[in-house]
Design a protein around this ligand. Structure first.
Ligand code: MTE
Ligand code: CO
Length: 425
């Protein structure tokens, strides 16, 4: 598929050159200094933070990250949308470890700004094709059995700018419309059982309480399988940005169905024609046909470090490559990594929980000999779906779509360790 001796990045044309690089080797220095070899005053001499008392326990009723971590923030791209109230910002994937996205760093996508709703004023209604239409308070909902589940949420438009060529310089911007959170809430099927769905009830229409009145059609089979109505994320109440006090969780399916500020679910016998974006969440193919109802987010991965916002600063030698992989079809069973643009693949080490429809953290440690690299990761899920190359995806889908780009990403690493978003063919 890939013409291996003809690297053509989108931005520059590369001269043909040898891309042979060293593989993983044991026992190479990490850069630690032998104490005797010089005076390391930062450890041998008393520093200010050793000498003076710090803040007391009353200084931070709600703790914030260290002041030295100011780079770990959500970022938006001003020219992407006309208005910040109907816009998106991006998770700083290159600044995260493990699999959980901290609440304050979860990307936000909303179409009518952030609704501010007092929980005592919030009501949730089930109506339509049910035996008994019901209205719940937040207290009522908390009397159903609770469940804790960790899931990724990915916007269908994640990586959408990358369809036609390498565009945005950083995994935060190319892949940052994803977050991974442990939710606490109740199973939607338990609530539906209380209302009693009629035999003719085949579709759900969840609706948000925000000004955009977000609505989406969801088939009843999904609702009865693993959908949740949640009030907490990562152990605390939902953040306003994420739909406080109540949001729908639709595991493995595209983010637009995860209605925030959830106020109502209507049961019907067919999908609805949506007031907005009726045709938007379809994938337009090269021949003019459209893929509809492409709800499951396919197998995908990205190397988060090194990457354009997180270059190699330490020079040659031991280098830790890290990234994230996820699939709406279940768990990720394997991630392969290449540092030479797909010529040679190495099985990466998945570390941390391997949960269904949740991100997986992978690592590949190698010794960098200072040569240019082309980093790629390719994930495989438990259903044996393999992440496609960009070329293969374009051959299958054309270039008209902006949704559901799960292609392999390439980062070019220059000799000075800086990284750039490129394409190779
Ligand atoms: N729900 C409401 N009520 N309003 C919205 O604008 N945006 C949707 C979805 N749910 C939206 C919404 C889209 S397109 C996405 S990708 C996800 O919420 C984003 O969820 P997040 O803001 O928690 O990242
Ligand atoms: Co979205």
């Amino acid at each position: 598929m890939m013409k291996k001796d003809n690297f053509q990045p989108a931005r520059r044309r590369w001269l043909k050159r040898s891309l042979t690089v060293g593989g993983a080797a044991a026992g190479v220095a990490t850069g630690a200094t032998a104490l005797a070899s010089g005076s390391e005053s930062l450890i041998t001499e008393v520093q200010d933070w050793n000498r003076y008392l710090g803040d007391g326990v009353d200084a931070n009723p709600y703790g914030m990250p260290s002041k030295f971590e100011g780079e770990a923030i959500r970022r938006d791209v001003a020219w992407l949308t006309a208005d910040a109230k109907s816009s998106v910002n991006f998770t700083p994937l290159h600044k995260l470890e493990g699999i959980i996205t901290p609440n304050g760093l979860c990307f936000e996508r909303h179409h009518g700004g952030i609704a501010q709703i007092a929980p005592e004023d919030h009501r949730f209604m089930i109506n339509g094709l049910v035996d008994t239409p019901l209205v719940f308070t937040m207290e009522d909902l908390k009397r159903f059995p609770r469940h804790n589940r960790t899931y990724f949420l990915e916007c269908a438009a994640n990586s959408g700018m990358e369809w036609r060529g390498a565009q945005l310089n950083g995994c935060q911007f190319t892949h940052g419309m994803v977050h991974n959170v442990m939710y606490t809430g109740v199973m939607l099927k338990d609530i539906l059982a209380e209302a009693g769905v009629k035999a003719s009830g085949k579709w759900l229409l969840p609706e948000g309480a925000d000004p955009s009145h977000m609505t989406r059609s969801i088939p009843i089979e999904k609702a009865m399988d693993d959908c949740m109505v949640v009030f907490a994320m990562n152990g605390e109440a939902l953040r306003p940005e994420q739909g406080y006090p109540l949001r729908l969780v639709v595991p493995g399916w595209e983010g637009n169905m995860w209605v925030k500020w959830l106020r109502r679910i209507e049961i019907g016998d067919q999908p609805w024609h949506h007031r907005e974006e009726t045709s938007k969440y379809t994938d337009l193919l090269a021949d003019g046909r459209a893929r509809r109802f492409t709800w499951t987010m396919d197998i995908k991965s990205v190397i988060t470090n090194p990457s354009p916002q997180a270059p190699i600063n330490h020079g040659r030698g031991r280098t830790v490559l890290s990234g994230l992989a996820w699939s709406g079809h279940g768990t990720v069973s394997r991630v392969d990594v290449s540092i030479d643009g797909g010529r040679n693949w190495h099985t990466a080490r998945i570390d941390g929980p391997s949960l269904s429809k949740s991100v997986h953290r992978f690592y590949y440690e190698f010794d960098w000999d200072g040569r240019e690299l082309f980093l790629q990761s390719r994930a495989i899920d438990e259903k044996r779906h393999i992440q496609p190359t960009k070329q293969a995806l374009r051959e299958a889908r054309g270039e008209n779509s902006i949704y559901h780009n799960n292609a392999i990403q390439t980062w070019y690493i220059a000799k000075d360790g800086t990284a750039e978003n490129v394409e190779i063919s």
